[in-house]
Design a protein around this ligand. Structure first.
Ligand SMILES: [Zn+2]
Ligand SMILES: [Zn+2]
Length: 102
C-alpha cells in the first residue's frame, strides 16, 4: 500500500492525505509541488526519478472499507532537507531527460 507520508521531505510542509500539492517518486519519496518544481527540477534527490501527483485516498467508504480512516497516513516524519549545490550537480544531466527515459 502506498505510504501517505505526512510532510515534504525537504521543507517539512504538512502534506495531509488530501493535499493537492503532494508529489511522489516511484519509491514514495514525498515532496511538495513547489519544492519539486523550484528546487528539485523534477529529479528525486534520492533516486533520480521523476515525480507524479500523489493520489488522494478516499475519505468516504465507497467500497470495501478502503478509506483513509482505515488506512491512515504513516506517522514517521522523514525530514531530510536537500542541499541545493549538491542537488544541482546531481540533477544537471538527469533533468534534461524525460522521467520516462531515466
Ligand atoms: Zn517542500
Ligand atoms: Zn525517489
Amino acid at each position: 500500500m502506498l505510504d501517505l507520508r505526512p510532510i515534504c521531505e525537504n521543507c517539512a510542509r504538512p502534506l495531509p492525505p488530501d493535499a493537492a500539492e503532494a508529489m511522489i517518486c516511484s519509491y514514495e519519496c514525498t515532496f511538495c509541488a513547489a519544492c519539486v518544481a523550484d528546487l528539485l527540477h523534477n529529479v528525486c534527490p534520492n533516486c533520480g526519478g521523476g515525480f507524479e501527483k500523489r493520489p488522494v485516498r478516499p475519505s468516504r467508504d465507497w467500497k470495501g472499507g478502503n478509506t483513509v480512516a482505515n488506512d491512515p497516513p504513516v506517522v514517521a516524519r522523514k525530514h531530510k532537507p536537500v542541499d541545493q549545490v549538491t542537488h544541482d550537480a546531481f540533477s544537471l544531466a538527469i533533468r534534461t531527460l524525460s522521467p520516462h527515459q531515466r
